[in-house]
Design a protein around this ligand. Structure first.
Ligand SMILES: [Zn+2]
Length: 324
């Protein structure tokens, strides 16, 4: 029996149930929100409780929330929501950027030419969140998150990814990487993660399903990575039909044992003008259940394969947590 840390405390990994492997509750620009009158704390909490309760009622047991520094992570609020819903919320540690790290880190840690031997405070934060807990809460992070986008492996993206890899090897907590498969950044992530000795089977390459290139995705799966088909509902980047088609193709090629599903949705994201959100009407926690799974079944994906992607693979990801 392996324990998984959630926002309501540790649970047995066997009890995760159907798990959406990449969903946010809130994506916020914290210092803008603090200087702006858009946010209504109670209304946003109530909205999240109702959306997460609906997900539970649809038969799901857990969401994996990769909201970290750079995405407005604030776990005291998540803890409050978790206490009001019968759904496991698994939270992350890490830093999210496509180019430069937050200025907090700029002159802390190793500074080339000035203080090259200083320890990197990022690594300490990541390990603390996993082993001791997230300050101001009773919650521990259960996985690590970093990002690489079309800008490629910038100096800071590499710094963050190497610290994520080191925290992973010291704690065993698995990794999720936001990738940009259109520019094959999964291979760049592989270059750095493999240099750090990371086992690809411990890593989800997020947003793989944004690409329609089944050969490229097969190449990443053959390296051992878990592929995130985790943006169902972001129709402006790829239609539902295209997202279903490439996922079904990967299942047909025999990769269901290394595929996970999700929407990358949020109850509230402040990155987008609210009047534009109707352009993505399927971008919510229930689109997979309501629309994607029926399309999968119609195209020959079995219930056993669906269970593999929604239950077995997430469980394996959170059970495979030995340090090395
Ligand atoms: Zn995300």
């Amino acid at each position: 029996m392996t324990q998984v840390q959630t926002a309501r405390g540790p649970i047995d990994a066997a009890d995760l149930g159907r798990t959406l492997m990449h969903e946010h509750i809130f994506v916020l620009t914290a210092d803008v929100q603090q200087n702006h009158d858009e946010w209504d704390e109670q209304a946003r909490i109530d909205d999240a409780v109702s959306k997460l309760t609906a997900l539970k009622e649809a038969g799901y047991g857990s969401i994996v929330d990769p909201t970290v520094i750079g995405l407005g992570r604030y776990i005291p609020r998540i803890e409050k929501i978790a206490a009001q819903v019968d759904l496991n919320i698994i939270v992350a540690t890490g830093v999210y950027t496509y180019d430069t790290a937050p200025f907090y880190f700029k002159y802390r840690g190793p500074i080339p030419g000035i203080a090259p031997d200083l320890p990197d405070p990022m690594l300490g934060m990541f390990i603390r969140d996993i082993t001791e807990g997230i300050p101001g809460t009773n919650v521990k992070a259960a996985f690590l998150k970093c990002a690489i986008d079309h800008q490629g492996m910038t100096t800071d993206v590499e710094r963050i990814m190497r610290n994520v890899a080191r925290a992973h090897r010291q704690t065993g907590a698995p990794i999720t990487v936001h990738t940009h498969p259109g520019s094959k950044q999964g291979l760049e992530a592989h270059r750095v993660l493999s240099a750090e000795g990371v086992d690809p089977g411990r890593v989800v390459l997020g947003h793989s399903g944004d690409s329609q290139d089944a050969d490229h995705l097969s190449e990443l799966a053959d390296l051992g990575y878990i592929l995130g088909f985790d943006r169902f509902g972001i129709d402006v980047e790829a239609s539902v039909e295209d997202r279903v088609k490439v996922a079904v193709e990967l299942v047909r090629r025999g990769y269901a044992d290394r595929m996970v599903l999700s929407h990358d949705a949020a109850c509230y994201i402040d990155w987008i003008e609210p009047m534009l959100l109707p352009a993505n009407p399927n971008w919510h926690y229930l689109h997979i259940e309501n629309d994607v799974l029926p399309a999968f079944r119609e195209q020959g994906v079995t219930d056993e394969q669906i269970d593999q992607m929604l239950v077995t693979n997430p469980r394996r990801y959170f059970e495979n947590v030995g340090a090395y």
